[in-house]
Design a protein. Structure first.
Length: 146
């Protein structure tokens, strides 16, 4: 990982001291940084427990897939396989299913899933949103914002 830190493209506008501090921070806390695109979006469920509470459930919440062309279906399959290789998604036998489509953004394809129906039966957490001024105030004195 030390070699990867040396080769990282970090903001060229930073002073040499700032560049050194950033690289030192990354090397001290490597577990909070993705070491490649295969780690982006990955949550280690052994570290944190994800729980989604739902309201009274119908027996199944399965929506039909959107109709797509053979070419789009192939792109979609490739995207899903890539996400599986990266550990972002896995095969499931859930009673939930949501339709997906392929979106082209900045010349690249990405998968977009319509969770509208599932969201409608998911209970919202009652965690109060912090005030914007409090959030901004908590950043005062910070050297780096990411």
């Amino acid at each position: 990982f030390a070699e990867a830190i040396t080769e990282m493209n970090i903001n060229p506008d930073l002073s040499p001291e700032q560049d050194r501090e950033i690289r030192e921070l990354i090397s001290r806390f490597p577990m909070v940084f993705a070491h490649g695109s295969n780690q982006i979006g990955h949550v280690d469920t052994h570290v944190c427990d994800l729980k989604f509470n739902t309201t009274e459930l119908p027996p199944r919440v399965r929506q039909s897939a959107y109709p797509v062309s053979a070419k789009t279906s192939s792109v979609m399959r490739d995207l899903v396989e890539d996400l599986q290789r990266k550990g972002v998604v896995r095969p499931s036998k859930s009673r939930f299913a949501a339709p997906a489509l392929v979106v082209k953004s900045a010349g690249k394809h990405r998968l977009a899933v319509n969770y509208k129906v599932l969201n409608s039966i998911t209970e919202n957490d009652s965690y109060p949103m912090p005030r914007v001024t409090s959030a901004i105030h908590s950043l005062s004195g910070s050297k780096y914002l990411t």
